[in-house]
Write a new protein. Sequence first.
Lengths: 436, 401
Amino acid sequence: MSKPPIGYALAAMNSVASSEWIDKLGLRNAIEKLTYQGTKTGFQALGAATRQFKNVNKQLNPTRLDKPKGQSDLFDLSITDEQQMMKDTVQRFAQDVVRPAAATADSAGFTAPDLLAQATELGLAYFAVPESLGGAAVEHSPITNMIVAEELATGDLGIAVAILSSIGVANAITQWGSGEQQSKYLPAFLDEKPLPAAIAISEPTPLFNANELNTTAKAAGDTYILHGKKSCVALIESAELFLVAATTEGKGNQLFLVESSNEGVTIEKSPAKGLKPANVGTLVLNNVKVPKQALLGDANINYQTLLNYSRLAWCALACGTAQAVLDYTIEYANDRVAFGEPISHRQSVAFMIANIGIELEGMRVMTQRAVALAERGEDFQRAAYLAHIFCADKAMEIGTNGVQLLGGHGFTKEHPVERWYRDLRAIAVMEGGLHL
Amino acid sequence: MYLELPNKLKGLQMMSANLAKEMFRPISRKYDLAEHEYPKELDMIANMLDGMNDGEQGGVAGATQSSKAKKPDNGEVKNGSNMASLIGIQELCWGDTGLLLSMPRQGLGNAAIAAVANEEQLERFKGKWAAMAITEPDAGSDSASIRTTAKKDGDYYVLNGEKIFITSGARADLIVVWASVDPSLGRAAIKSFAVEVGTPGLELARLEHKLGIKASDTAAYILDNCRVHKSNLLGDPEVKVEKGFAGVMETFDNTRPLVAGMAVGVAKASLEKTKELLKDCLKDNYTTPVNNLSAVEAGIYKMEAEWEAARLLTLKAAWMADNAQPNSKEASMAKAKAGRMCNDITLKCVELCSGLGYSETELIEKWARDSKILDIFEGTQQIQQLIVARRLLGKSSAELR
């Protein structure tokens, strides 16, 4: 019998309490880092070596998750007991493990493998993979996923992306993948060494529009030939599987499962302003030939919906990091003394903090509304679009005010606000990458 | 978690929207131009609303129905009278804010009576229209420093002072006056008195000429040795220094979301009309990234996002009140956000509609005038920020002034 979701949450809570993670973190040393860095190659390199996915030849029916049941139509901001448990667990993980590791991961440009391994213990991947394929998921709850994303991002936005990138791919395959794709890939997300994966949609072009892609997919016999460049792809050096958006003649934008070992797949290291722990870079597809079966999903797949789920995931992350800014600036403004009293006694300072609080609450309810619609299978196009505009705008406003409130100190790496400033710029920029 | 309006409130919403469309909108400009003239059409609507308010689903137009909910015993979520009042008000302000504020028997004074009066007073003042007199020439947001006094004299209190900005002050049956029974004791000594219009010593000084909400009368009164029977003191006559001002301010936790709802309604009217006038410029369907759109279209989307945020924050504050959760911070957040959102949006809509927006041909310019007060009364933008800041920072009013 599979463990109920709550079981994983409890197990995770237990392991946080034992503080083993922190001890492990203490063990991580420069030599480990050097070893890891040594495996990276020069300017352009092959992607990560792929594990052997077992090919499934027989026709399988895909497994789809249910919508959560038994909900009333009342306006209701409360969350379930299970969601609260999940929230508490991830919150502790974010505070005790993620935050202390954030500065190092930021300067290293990747999240240490041992931290990712600890995140695996949270069992998040189990919520993305259906029971029949070894996971624990029965229902698809974007609300629970939103809560997890927000809490992780209170620890660090970049590390949250590093953790959630693969789970996003798993969610997309669970939601839209064929039976064959599900059997081939989903169990790998639960491996002892889970499959690192990333959704690749953004392209290196100004005014990028996810509906007008430059990356192409041409049908050729039993294959598609993919060609183009994808920018700001998470886990660029470690991902073994990419979910790539490309435009197909006559069929619009579609998504393809591309393994890093496919011929013609190369990666370019191109670190960004922020999100450094997510190890973002460029994915180059040079006439990459993939089988017809690499096309994600059936006729029900909706590219626009996938974009919306991704945008809402970024909104949830923005809320988490904005909360970190709020908490940090409150503490700082109450401690920092100028002209004989805490600077928080000055309205010009206090009102900036009040506005961070007000706009953050706005970001939250906008995100919650859209995600709740999605959870029930109702139309959430408009709600997601407006939530994303709002969060992108306010997240950056909060990010810049976070630095401003600390003055010159905020400009240095002594405090995390400069990192949040760099990270929060991503909310307006990133398309794809995640999936609730 | 679900943030949509429940079916059980949709009927009320539709009814309020119809009322706003069929009864408020047609006379909106008329009373904007005829300032101080009584909108007689309201009497009929008020009678209708009284009937509706006596029904089980809470109020449509007034603050009278909003109240602190009792904690539900069974832990069930409630969408109750606070949310119902909010929805009603929001829709009616889509019609006309000035007219809503002029609705007989739906004043803030009625809300105060509903909140603090005893059984006998509730019975005696039933069916009366009560206005609220807090502000003085030298005490606005700082309502703790009001100077009007109420001196005990046998079974009577003798009131002296000057009150301004009394909404519907010349139309109401009674005025709820805030006065200090002992100025040396500070905030705790401030009590509210129901003073019937016609009481000797209560003199109407003037009616204000205003920027907007002209359909609503704003009166100033002089209290000159005005004798009020002690049975008209609302709430507890004892001065409890330790309790301070909190009791008096509690009313605001319920009324601030309602004023935020007014702002949501007015902004909706303005944005809706502007989209109608600009429909040839709006082609996208919430899909293209905002930076790839025309400036007009991007601007409209951004306004819509701001509007939704304010609307949802307001619903949240009302939802918390309905479910007996302390909501002071959220009520102020909603009021701050909705107030500035409404002011920004209505002004931008005038700009986008050019001469058409600026002229009296359309109501767009009027909504931009009406909107200003919504970021001022029931606590200005700055006061709301102060309240939110104190709560977030854990500061007292002595520390963060």
